[in-house]
Design a protein around this ligand. Sequence first.
Ligand code: SAH
Length: 228
Amino acid sequence: MQGEQSLYRGKTLPGQPEYKLRRKKMVEELRSQGIKDERVLFAINKIPRHLFVEEAMQGIAYQLAALPLADGQSISHPLTVARMTELLELKRTERVLEIGTGSGYQTAVLAELCEKVFSVECIRSLLVQARRCLESLDYYNVLIKFGDGNEGWAEMGPYDAIIVTAGAKEYPKLLGNQLKEGGKLIIPVGDQEQEIFVQRKIGGSMQTIQRFPCKFVELVAGQKALVY
Ligand code: SAH
């Protein structure tokens, strides 16, 4: 299964023993913090997170920490990436919508575990950088568009799962419409205090099945989102 996964998803970089070792250690830390899904751990063990951060940060790319990106954004904490991905319970057949591409790291994790990722980012420079990085790693099952994620990406929907990687002050109502019946939406919501809401679409309406505290950069609302 693992061999098959390496064959048709992003490539594994040869060499780089130092980074490989750090990645392995990070995976063990994630495991000890409660991440159980072996497929998620496999993806994290494979993906070169150091290539998704600025050069100056590469040395600390495998610490369990969120790291700064350009424009005041950040690459999510590996535990958050692992937990949110685990909650999606992907089976390799899904079309997944991601809001907030950022570095593209979470995108790569999703790309390893589902059929196709559609990702929306509102800062053009981040989008360009993420796309370049994902292409260089052969993630051909990813499409990224510039836009306001509050609106989702209706043309490509409906999706089996939707993941939002920025904190929404207000719940973006449009996203649920783009989800298939039975599909899952994971979204951080709140102002000062944020919580990740895990919702499922049941009988056409969104029902919260789990929630827990979190800390994300802001999901920018409306026109403010497209100033870059
Ligand atoms: N998963 C990313 C997280 C990046 S931080 C990673 O690990 O790298 C959140 C991202 O959401 C930022 O890149 C930010 O620009 C983007 N974002 C914020 N508001 C948005 C909006 N309304 N539409 C699309 N992207 C948005």
